[in-house]
Design a protein around this ligand. Structure first.
Ligand SMILES: *[C@@H]1O[C@H](CO)[C@@H](O)[C@H](O)[C@H]1NC(C)=O
Ligand SMILES: *[C@@H]1O[C@H](CO)[C@@H](O)[C@H](O)[C@H]1NC(C)=O
Ligand SMILES: *[C@@H]1O[C@H](CO)[C@@H](O)[C@H](O)[C@H]1NC(C)=O
Ligand SMILES: *[C@@H]1O[C@H](CO)[C@@H](O)[C@H](O)[C@H]1NC(C)=O
Ligand SMILES: *[C@@H]1O[C@H](CO)[C@@H](O)[C@H](O)[C@H]1NC(C)=O
Ligand SMILES: *[C@@H]1O[C@H](CO)[C@@H](O)[C@H](O)[C@H]1NC(C)=O
Ligand SMILES: *[C@@H]1O[C@H](CO)[C@@H](O)[C@H](O)[C@H]1NC(C)=O
Length: 401
C-alpha cells in the first residue's frame, strides 16, 4: 500500500521545484535574446554609452522617480483614448506620472521624438493586437507630438484599422485590431458571462492583417486578455473544444491551449509572407492588476505607487501566459526565417499596479463594461516606457543594418 501522505508531499515538492525552475528561467531566458540582438562588432566602440546600452538587459530593473515626467498632457496631445484620459475623469493623484524605468545595468534614455522619427523615416510601423496595443500606439503618438502630429489616413472610419501619416518624415503608423491574432467571429454577443462567445479558428490566419504586412518595417504583435473570454475552438474546420462555453458535451479546454496556438498561427502567417522583410516584435504579456475580486466582481486597482521588484512575483496566470508567449517566440526565432525581436515589457508592467485608469476612465454614472479598468494604462503613464524600450530596440536594428 502506498502512503497517500507521502505521495502528497512528493507531489508538492515536485510542483515547488518546477515553479522555482520556471521563475529562475525567466531571468536566464531573457539573457540570450539580448545577446542575439546585439552584434558587438557592428557598434561604434568610441561611444561607450551606446555600448553599455547595447549590452544591458533593459527589461529587468526598477521604477525610479522621474522629476521631468510627464512629457505630455491631455492638453498637448489629442490622441489619448477617452477611457485612458484619466486626468479628464478627475483622477485625484498624479504621483503615478513621475516614475521612469531604470534597467539594472544601465539607463534607458528618455524617449527622443526627433531621433525616433529620423530612424523611421520612409518606414511603416504596425501594431497588431488588442486595445492594449492601441494604447501603446497612442502613447507613441503623444510622445512624438512634440515634433509632429500625424494626419489620419485611415481608409475607413471604423476602429478595426487605423493609419496615421507623418508627412515630414514619410512615416506611417498603423493599427490592426485583432485581439486573438487569428480568424475569429462573435458567435453570441451575450454568452455565458455576458462578454460575448467567440469562435476561434486556431489554425487560420486573420487575413485582415496578415495580408497587409508586406511593406511593414516594424510589426508589433500582442495578445493578452481576450483569451479569457468564453470561446469555441476550431481546428481544421472542426470544433475541438471550448473554454467556458456552457454548451452540452463540448470538451472544456484551457485558455492556454488557444493562447499557444494563436501565437503559432500568427507567427506562421508572418513567416509565410515572402515579401515581409521587416522586424517582427512580440510585445510580451501585460499583467492586469485587479485586487479584491475579478474584473466583473468588484475587483479594483487602488495602489498609488509602483512595486519594487522584490515586492511582486510573476506567478499563476501571469506566469503561464508570459511563458507561453516566450516559448513560442523562442521557437519561431530559432527557425530564423524573419527578424524576430522581443519587446519584453512584462516585468516592468507587473510592477505598475498604480498606472491603470481604475474608475477614472469614464464619468461615475457611465455604464461601461470595464467599470474599474485595471487592464489599460492612463496616458500619460507607465506605458510610455514601452516606447523607450522600443526606441532602444530600433536603435539596435539600425546599428546592425
Ligand atoms: C557581426 O557583424 C560582422 C560585421 O558586420 C559580421 O561579419 C558578423 O558575421 C556578425 N556576427 C553575427 C553573429 O551576426
Ligand atoms: C554617443 O551617444 C550619445 C547618445 O546617443 C550621443 O548623444 C553622442 O553624441 C554620441 N557620441 C559620439 C562621440 O558619437
Ligand atoms: C484635461 O484634463 C483636465 C483636468 O486635468 C480636464 O479638465 C480637461 O477637460 C481635460 N481636457 C481634455 C481635452 O481631455
Ligand atoms: C526617403 O525616401 C526618399 C524618396 O524615395 C529618398 O530620397 C530619401 O533618401 C529616403 N530617406 C531615407 C532616410 O531613407
Ligand atoms: C516614402 O517612403 C516610401 C517607402 O516606404 C518610398 O517608396 C517613397 O518614395 C517615400 N516618399 C517620399 C516622398 O519620400
Ligand atoms: C451528450 O452526451 C450524452 C452521453 O454520450 C448523450 O446521451 C447526449 O445525448 C449528448 N447530448 C447532446 C446535446 O449531444
Ligand atoms: C448597463 O448596460 C447594460 C447592458 O448594456 C444594461 O443591461 C444595464 O441595465 C445598464 N445599466 C444601467 C444602470 O444603465
Amino acid at each position: 500500500m502506498e502512503l497517500p501522505v507521502n505521495k502528497t508531499i512528493i507531489n508538492i515538492a515536485i510542483l515547488l521545484s518546477f515553479a522555482l525552475i520556471l521563475i529562475s528561467l525567466i531571468r536566464i531566458i531573457n539573457y540570450p535574446v539580448l545577446q542575439n540582438t546585439y552584434n558587438a562588432t557592428s557598434v561604434d566602440r568610441s561611444n561607450m554609452s551606446e555600448i553599455e546600452e547595447s549590452t544591458c538587459d533593459i527589461f529587468s530593473g526598477e521604477w525610479v522617480p522621474d522629476p521631468d515626467a510627464p512629457y505630455y498632457t491631455n492638453h498637448t496631445c489629442w490622441a489619448i483614448h477617452e477611457h485612458q484620459n484619466c486626468m479628464k475623469y478627475a483622477r485625484p493623484d498624479s504621483d503615478f506620472l513621475k516614475w521612469k524605468w531604470k534597467p539594472d545595468g544601465c539607463d534607458l534614455p528618455a524617449f527622443n521624438p526627433g531621433q525616433f522619427l529620423r530612424m523611421v523615416r520612409n518606414q511603416t510601423m504596425a501594431f497588431v493586437g488588442d486595445s492594449v496595443g492601441r494604447n501603446q500606439m497612442q502613447s507613441i503618438i503623444c510622445l512624438l507630438s512634440k515634433v509632429e502630429y500625424p494626419i489620419d489616413d485611415s481608409p475607413e472610419t471604423d476602429e478595426q484599422f487605423k493609419r496615421w501619416k507623418y508627412s515630414n518624415y514619410n512615416f506611417t503608423l498603423e493599427y490592426f485590431r485583432s485581439p486573438f491574432l487569428l480568424r475569429s467571429e462573435e458567435r453570441d454577443s451575450d454568452g455565458p458571462t455576458h462578454t460575448g462567445l467567440f469562435n476561434l479558428y486556431l489554425d487560420e490566419f486573420d487575413e485582415s492583417w496578415t495580408s497587409h504586412i508586406d511593406s511593414v518595417d516594424y510589426l508589433i504583435l500582442n495578445a493578452d486578455h481576450w483569451f479569457n473570454r468564453p470561446a469555441v475552438y476550431y481546428e481544421d474546420g472542426r470544433v475541438v473544444g471550448c473554454h467556458y462555453c456552457q454548451i452540452p458535451n463540448m470538451t472544456d479546454l484551457h485558455t492556454n491551449y488557444a493562447y499557444r496556438r494563436a501565437f503559432r498561427t500568427a507567427f506562421r502567417a508572418v513567416n509565410g509572407r515572402r515579401r515581409f522583410g521587416g522586424a517582427a516584435f512580440l510585445r510580451t504579456y501585460a499583467p492586469s492588476h485587479f485586487e479584491g475580486g475579478l474584473w466583473n466582481e468588484g475587483g479594483d486597482c487602488v495602489r498609488r505607487r509602483p512595486f519594487r521588484s522584490e515586492e511582486a512575483v510573476l506567478e499563476g496566470v501571469n506566469l503561464d501566459m508570459y511563458m507561453i508567449g516566450l516559448e513560442e517566440f523562442r521557437a519561431v526565432e530559432k527557425e530564423g526565417r524573419k527578424k524576430w525581436r522581443l519587446l519584453d515589457t512584462t516585468l516592468a508592467t507587473l510592477l505598475r499596479p498604480d498606472g491603470h485608469p481604475s474608475r477614472y476612465g469614464h464619468w461615475p454614472n457611465e455604464n461601461v463594461t470595464l467599470y474599474n479598468d485595471c487592464v489599460h494604462w492612463c496616458l500619460p503613464g507607465p506605458i510610455d516606457s514601452w516606447a523607450q524600450m522600443l526606441q532602444h530596440l530600433i536603435k539596435l536594428e539600425a546599428t546592425k543594418d
